[in-house]
Design a protein around this ligand. Structure first.
Ligand code: NAD
Ligand code: DAU
Length: 367
């Protein structure tokens, strides 16, 4: 049985991870620590909030004393670190928060883990693990003909977000090499699925169609991302925790490269199909005029490119497959349909995170 501290568990991937973990390991204890920034949403943890082994703590990973107390009090043996500022566009307009949370925040967790697990030997020699959730963006960008990123690809981050994640990866590695902290790192490609904040491409396109708003395509729209269903990311992390070698990095990806413009056109087609089939949809979303007319793609609008926009990401996950037996289970065809349907059925969730009413509610709860 594990006692797990999940940082950033109210965010997109963290919340999906916690939900997945309880389906597989209901006997484990999970303690979620989250600062509930604009990207964190307690409603994403609704499906597990009544689980007897679930605890939520509202707090910041920069608060090293709090982390130490949580590790001691809950006898945590496994720390899975998702908390981060995660949106590339925000890192371009305001990098400071990214350096604070992603670099200093990760260091705060490492210091606390070293103190409690190594210096104080709180677990009496029982195994511990610090798992750091990282990204393929640390490897930089690929041309169309380059081979996919492997774990040996040199780090070459291009955005402030990617640079902050690369720095945090280096710190995790250093704590393993220098102090013997038992760490692992996973570098994953673009996730999609339920509870994805609607500033990211796929949920942005779905929710903009529902409001009949333009679908912004940066530059020529031919940038390529490698999309993975979020539960397959959770499965990959589970394998790294259970079978991964301490001190190693593992790539997790979907063998699923798409140009942005093709993803957007696919989502438009799926939305048109749903509106054509679902009798209630036009009544539920009367603003979605283009989808009702079966022409969501008319909303596509090419806009100014993202600064320093990486052209292509692709993950070679051969090491994770060969060492750990990892294979994604969700096909893109089924995963993207499920995702579109989830947004159509969960308007309350995405409206609340978008219009700020959720933020007001949170400030009331934590006054
Ligand atoms: P997200 O932005 O949806 O969620 C981040 C969560 O962290 C939020 O709940 C937020 O409240 C919390 N948080 C932020 N700052 C905090 C702080 N200082 N203290 C405590 N909590 C804080 O992010 P996500 O998309 O779920 O990404 C999770 C992790 O996975 C990140 O580390 C990201 O770099 C990595 N990752 C994301 C993707 C992707 O496609 N989204 C792919 C690969 C790796
Ligand atoms: O690769 C993993 C990374 O994937 C994670 O580390 C990041 O946390 C996560 O946010 C994601 O980064 P991207 O920048 O790839 O995701 P985003 O959804 O912001 O954009 C996907 C692609 O779509 C990217 O090439 C930019 C483009 N885009 C994005 C938006 C929001 C558009 O063309 N228009 C848009 O409006």
């Amino acid at each position: 049985m594990r006692s797990i501290l999940v940082t950033g568990g109210a965010g997109f991937i963290g919340a999906n991870f916690v939900q997945y973990w309880f389906t597989q390991h209901p006997q484990d204890n999970i303690l979620v620590l989250d600062a509930l920034t604009y990207a964190g949403n307690l409603a994403s943890l609704d499906p597990v909030k009544d689980h007897p082994n679930f605890t939520f703590v509202h707090g910041n990973i920069l608060d090293t004393n709090l982390i130490e107390e949580l590790l001691r009090h809950h006898k945590v043996d496994t720390l899975i670190h998702f908390a981060a500022e995660s949106h590339v566009d925000r890192s371009i307009t305001g990098p400071d928060a990214f350096l604070e949370t992603n670099i200093m925040g990760t260091h705060s967790l490492l210091k606390a883990a070293k103190k409690v697990w190594l210096d104080e030997n709180l677990l009496n020699g029982k195994e511990h693990r610090f798992h750091h959730v990282s990204t393929d963006e640390v490897y930089g960008t690929l041309s169309l003909t380059d081979p996919a990123f492997t774990e040996d690809t040199a780090y070459a981050p291009n955005s402030p977000y990617a640079a902050s994640k690369a720095s945090s990866d280096h710190l995790v590695r250093a704590y393993n090499e220098t102090y013997g902290l038992k760490t692992t790192i996973s570098n994953c490609s673009n996730n999609y699925g339920p509870y994805h904040f609607p500033e990211k491409l796929i949920p942005l396109v779905i929710t903009n169609i529902l409001h009949d708003k333009p679908l912004p395509i940066y530059g020529d729209g031919k940038q390529i991302r490698d999309w993975l269903y979020v539960e397959d990311h959770a499965r990959g992390i589970e394998l790294v925790l259970n079978k991964g070698r301490v001190g190693e990095n593992y790539n997790i990806g979907g063998h699923n490269e798409w140009q942005n413009i093709d993803i957007v056109k696919l989502v438009c087609k799926l939305m048109d199909e749903c509106f054509a089939k679902g009798e209630a949809l036009p009544a539920d979303f009367p603003q979605a005029k283009s989808a009702i007319a079966g022409n969501s793609a008319s909303l596509i609008e090419y806009v100014k490119d993202r600064l320093g926009h990486d052209r292509r990401y692709a993950i070679d996950a051969a090491k994770t497959r060969d060492e750990l037996g990892y294979e994604p289970q969700e096909s893109f065809e089924t995963g993207i349909r499920k995702t579109v349907e989830w947004y159509l059925n969960n308007e309350v969730w995405w409206l609340a995170v978008m219009d700020g009413s959720y933020r007001d509610w949170i400030s009331e709860q934590y006054k």
